[in-house]
Write a protein that binds this ligand. Structure first.
Ligand SMILES: [Fe+2]
Length: 258
């Protein structure tokens, strides 16, 4: 069962509601914005040529084994779109200036951050990442150390997380793997009944709670989203219980390393 939050009152309640690592969708007044996506080919073509873009093979059955996709930039664009690849750029503002392929995107996301601020939330400057996947390509299992707003723009994908993250990703695991994305491994033994799968369509917006292990795969069409980070997010100056837990764990790790 995927929860849907439709008011800021609910959002604030969830914010302070203990250490529950469950994602939810935002609808209605929570995200009343829409970005009109330019043609997929034009976007992928612009992003794939940027020096900071990360391009990996998107093997759907080997979620932890994604390797660099050499030569992707030189493929004819139709072949590139048909290829099994994951293309990521961690700052979509690079493509959102006047006359650029994602023109208008900055205004949409500025409006989100303004709305968040008008409801008492502050945060450090965040990334506005672009994530593209070819049909049926997947991303690796991981958790993020900030809250992430996932805006699905083109195509459909499945965003998956665990019903019981404490069972599969207890504090000891969080502590071991925090800050080391390449160390994160999907635990063996996860069965379909342990997983929540959220099928996202264009226009859907998901709030990914920090430290919630997740993985994502495209359905049978190419897809992209924008994922916005919110480091040091606070409501009325206060961090969430999950955030406090994470900070305490990080302090312990630093003390142990000193
Ligand atoms: Fe993530």
């Amino acid at each position: 069962m995927i929860e849907i939050v439709t008011s800021w009152e609910e959002f604030r309640e969830k914010w302070m509601g203990g250490e529950r690592r469950q994602n939810f969708l935002l609808k209605g007044e929570m995200f009343p914005f829409r970005f009109e996506a330019p043609p997929l080919e034009a976007v992928v073509d612009a992003v794939r040529r940027h020096k900071d873009t990360r391009i990996l093979h998107g093997h759907p059955d080997q979620l932890n084994l994604n390797q660099p996709y050499d030569g992707y930039v030189d493929l004819p664009i139709e072949e590139a779109i048909a290829a099994k690849a994951n293309v990521a750029h961690f700052e979509s503002r690079e493509f959102a200036g006047p006359g650029q392929v994602l023109e208008g995107l900055n205004e949409t996301f500025d409006a989100w951050y303004d709305l968040l601020a008008s409801h008492g939330f502050t945060h450090a400057k965040g990334q506005r990442a672009f994530f593209y996947s070819g049909a049926n390509c997947g991303s690796a299992y991981h958790f993020d150390s900030s809250y992430v707003l996932v805006c699905q723009v083109v195509g459909r994908k499945r965003f998956c997380w665990l019903k019981d993250p404490d069972r599969w990703c207890p504090p000891a695991t969080l502590n071991e793997q925090a800050d080391y994305y390449n160390l994160m491994r999907r635990p063996d033994g996860i069965m379909p009944e342990d997983v929540i799968e959220c099928e996202m369509e264009p226009g859907d917006v998901l709030w990914n709670v920090m430290l919630t292990p997740h993985w994502v795969y495209a359905l049978d069409e190419p897809t992209y989203s924008f994922n916005l980070t919110h480091f040091d997010l606070r409501c009325d100056g206060v961090k969430s219980p999950i955030h406090e837990f994470y900070d305490e764990m990080s302090r312990g790790r630093m003390a142990a390393a000193a």
